[in-house]
Write a protein that binds this ligand. Sequence first.
Ligand SMILES: [Zn+2]
Length: 183
Amino acid sequence: MPTTLPIRILGDAILRTKLQPADPQDPFLKSFLPDLIQTMYERDGVGLAANQVGVNLRIFAIDPWWGREDEEQNPRVLINPEILSMEGEQIGEEGCISLPEIYANVPRALKITYRYLTPEGESITATAEGFEAVVIQHEYDHLDGIVFTDRISSLAKLKLKRKLKDMEAQAQDGVNLRIYEEE
Ligand SMILES: [Zn+2]
């Protein structure tokens, strides 16, 4: 049975770490990937990166359309993803499981071409646009230690400054795990 993992909150050093490449053959992934996927759904996320659950590997799970009417769970795991090209622009409101109660408009590329390894070790090149492209760009940023508030306008940043500072101040490594015990 997969386990729901504790979520790391902004202020935790691993969210600011450039993560290490993963080996699809790593036996650790056999238990970790189902845990990552389960945790994404349990936290109502459409994406979740490995460092958000404390793991230093370039891996994230996504399911952009989950939660919409009539959509079933269709999780995908991307290992060592790369964004090969970006075009156009879109701006939409984003949030993040690791930045509770913070939302802001973020500019993103409209369309991306990306490449990744599947858990079976197959290399896939694909394109995404619209919301799916946003989800991939958001999760990809996590692998480089970037969070969405790094990409918002300076005015929006100013408005969120106090909230972000408080969050980071409370967060010392390991002390700020959100286990969501209240649920
Ligand atoms: Zn996020």
